[in-house]
Structure formats: C-alpha cells, structure tokens
Design a protein around this ligand. Structure first.
Ligand SMILES: Cc1cc2nc3c(=O)[nH]c(=O)nc-3n(C[C@H](O)[C@H](O)[C@H](O)COP(=O)(O)OP(=O)(O)OC[C@H]3O[C@@H](n4cnc5c(N)ncnc54)[C@H](O)[C@@H]3O)c2cc1C
Length: 351
C-alpha cells in the first residue's frame, strides 16, 4: 500500500503567526510553502539595516529594531516557548530601566528580545521550509482539488490543499472577499493602530541617560528606546542609536503628514527627553500603517478556519494584540488544520 500523500499548505505571511503555524504544520507532516511580500521574514519583528554618510563622506552601517522593540510572555505555554528559545540563544531577557516623566522604574516586568536581530525567531522557526520572499500574494484561485496563489495575475504556487493567511486584516480582507465575504467584512472592521517611528544616530550624550526606555506622558513620542542599550546589540563608542515610536493617537492624527514634518517632531521629542544638546548624524522615519491590533482583538477561536474550503486565517488581530497573541493564533490555526485529515478540502474543492 502506498503511503498517504502529505497534505500541502501555502502559508502567506512570515511574521510570528505565520512562522509558528508553518513550523507546527511541517512538524505534523504537512508539505509547507511560505510566501512573504517583504525581502526577509519576521513581519513586525523587524530590524532595519541602513548606512549613514559622515562629514568626511565615509559610510557607516547602522541597525535599528524599528518594529516591536520587545515582547512579554504571560501564559505558561508561551513562557515555555520563550525559555526554550533563550536556551537556544535566540532570545535574551531584557529588564530595561524605564523613565516615566522623570520617575525611574528599575524593576519593570521582564521582556524578551530576539538576538542578534528581531527576525531571528521567525527565521529559526522557518528554517528548512521552502519560501518565496518578495512575493505579494494578491489573489487566491480556488480550483477543483485545491488552491493556487497568484501575484499580479501569475500563479506563484502549485496547487495546494490548504491556504493559511497570516497577514494583517486589511490585507487579508482583499484575498478573502471572493471566498469568505463574511470573514473579509470582519477583517475590514478591525481598526488597526498605526505608528510613526523615528530611527536616529547622534553623538553619545555627554551624560549617558539613566534610562534604557522612556515613556513620556505628553508630546508626540510614546516610547523612546536607546537602541544600542538592548541585549545583543553593539554599542559604537561615541555614538548613540535611538528608536522613537510615536504615540498611537498622534500617529493616527498625523498619518498622512509629510515624513519630513514627522521626523522633525519626533527629533524634538527625543532631544527634549534626553535634555542635552544632540549632534545628529542620521534620522529617518518609517510609517507602520498596521502596527498594533486593537487591545480587545481576539476571536473566541483565536483564528478563522473553514475545513470545507481548506482556508484559514491567523494573526494578532485574531489571537490577541502583540507578539504573544499572534503566536497563540498561529498555533491555534495549525491545530485546526491537523484535526482535519487530507481530502476534506480537496473533495469540497471539486464540488
Ligand atoms: C512599532 C511597533 C511596536 C510594537 N510593540 C510591541 C510590543 O511592545 N509588544 C508586543 O507584543 N507587540 C508589539 N508590536 C506588535 C507585534 O509586532 C505584532 O503584534 C506581531 O508581530 C504581529 O505578528 P503577525 O505574524 O500577526 O503579523 P506580521 O508580523 O505583520 O506578519 C505579517 C507578514 O505578512 C506579510 N504580508 C502582508 N501582506 C502580504 C501579502 N499580500 N502577500 C505576502 N505577504 C504579505 C508581511 O510582509 C509580514 O511579513 C509592535 C509592532 C510595531 C509595528
């Protein structure tokens, strides 16, 4: 008797939700292929590599963790996962000193930082899986016997039994609309929170700040991070690397402002927080249209799954805001696929 064929699945999105789901499915015997529109993996667990040019014309490399700066692990299951990743050298525990309007908290809840860069965790989960990066999936075609993924009118996948969408809801809604208009409508209703982010290099302040993180209660900046004071990051003598995340409401109000204006406001906020003159070498901004799922995000099932169609969706907007919520959602969706043996979706696809 020939062995049963391995069910095949295409996972769209290589952030923590997609990577978690893809790894669990591969471990359960699925033939998994992963697609992401970015050049690399990690999604909002992101590290920007850039260069700035000094007065003498020399180029200096710089790295900024410009998405999630770190994350917490609250549930026992996720604590087990992050502690195992720490043992494997993929994560470091971070207990930053936090300044809140001049009050210093030296004992905040521990957070976790992937090392040596933010995508490490997803890279490790996806190791060995076939992957297409730089590939924006803009349509799902349902055929007898399965699904084909398309980009700009061209098929980018072979026919697969199952499709998992692990992408933010406004992007998922476009792909879902022809197949599950009810899910698409729910996805469109999710009010994702935007975030403007400043990445900057200055001379190191004459007096080093006592804080690693600052959370000012007024002004455009909601979170100021001494980027090179984080675990596993390199400190360059004489320089300081900063990441400033604008407050949610401010980002929303200024979403369409010219980047130069946003940069000027966030530079002012950084200078005010540091409280000393800063000599600037580099500054740039990034606009995250879909930075955070709303705080009350999470469906009862933590994911969407249609066994007849062989179609599912996961991500922070379904599993709960933040990295742990996205991980929970990816894990929940993988469990649902494993529950439904091969053939179910295929037969429905033929109907
Ligand atoms: C500035 C900022 C600060 C944050 N701070 C924190 C924090 O302190 N703590 C915390 O827990 N969380 C924080 N978060 C949120 C956290 O990063 C996210 O909740 C989590 O990473 C979401 O993971 P995900 O896999 O659901 O989605 P994503 O990480 O967004 O992954 C989705 C992937 O899908 C890809 N994609 C999208 N559309 C397509 C398409 N059509 N075709 C192919 N690929 C596609 C994207 O390129 C991306 O790689 C922060 C996020 C930002 C941006």
């Amino acid at each position: 008797m020939s062995p049963a064929p391995r069910p095949s699945v295409a996972v769209v999105g290589a952030g923590i939700a997609g990577a978690t789901c893809a790894r669990a499915l591969a471990d359960a015997g699925f033939a998994v292929q992963v697609f992401d529109k970015s050049r690399g993996v990690g999604g909002r667990l992101a590290t920007r590599r850039t260069e700035w040019t000094g007065a003498d014309g020399s180029a200096t490399p710089a790295r900024f963790d410009h998405g999630a700066p770190a994350f917490e692990a609250r549930s026992e299951a996720f604590v087990r996962v992050v502690e195992a990743a720490e043992r494997d050298g993929l994560l470091a525990r971070w207990s930053p000193s936090v300044d809140r309007d001049g009050r210093l908290d030296t004992d905040p809840a521990a957070q976790w930082v992937p090392t040596p860069d933010m995508p490490t965790l997803c890279r490790s989960l996806l190791a060995g899986l076939p992957m297409q990066t730089g590939c924006t999936v803009d349509a799902l075609r349902r055929e007898p016997g399965g699904w084909v993924l398309e980009s700009a009118g061209v098929a980018v996948s072979p026919r697969v039994d199952r499709v998992v969408l692990a992408i933010p809801p406004p992007q998922a809604a476009v792909l879902l609309a022809p197949h599950r208009p009810d899910w698409a409508e729910r996805a469109r209703a999710v009010a994702m929170v935007p975030c403007w982010t400043l990445m900057a290099v200055t001379d190191a302040p004459a007096t080093p700040p006592a804080w690693d993180l600052a959370e000012p209660s007024t002004g455009p900046a909601g979170l100021i991070v001494r980027s090179d004071a984080r675990p596993g990051r390199t400190r360059v003598p004489g320089r300081a690397h900063w990441v400033v995340h604008a407050r949610h409401a401010w980002s929303r109000a200024h979403l369409e402002d010219p980047p130069a204006d946003v940069q000027a406001r966030l530079r002012d906020a950084l200078a005010q927080q540091v409280g000393q003159p800063l000599a600037w070498h580099h500054a740039s901004v990034h606009r995250w249209r879909y930075a955070h799922a709303p705080a009350d995000a999470a469906g009862p099932d933590l994911c969407e799954w249609d066994p007849d169609a062989g179609l599912g969706a996961c991500g922070d907007a379904l599993g709960g805001a933040g990295v742990e919520g996205a991980w929970r959602s990816g894990r929940a969706l993988a469990a649902r696929l494993v529950e439904h043996p091969l053939g179910h979706g295929r037969e429905a696809g033929r109907a």
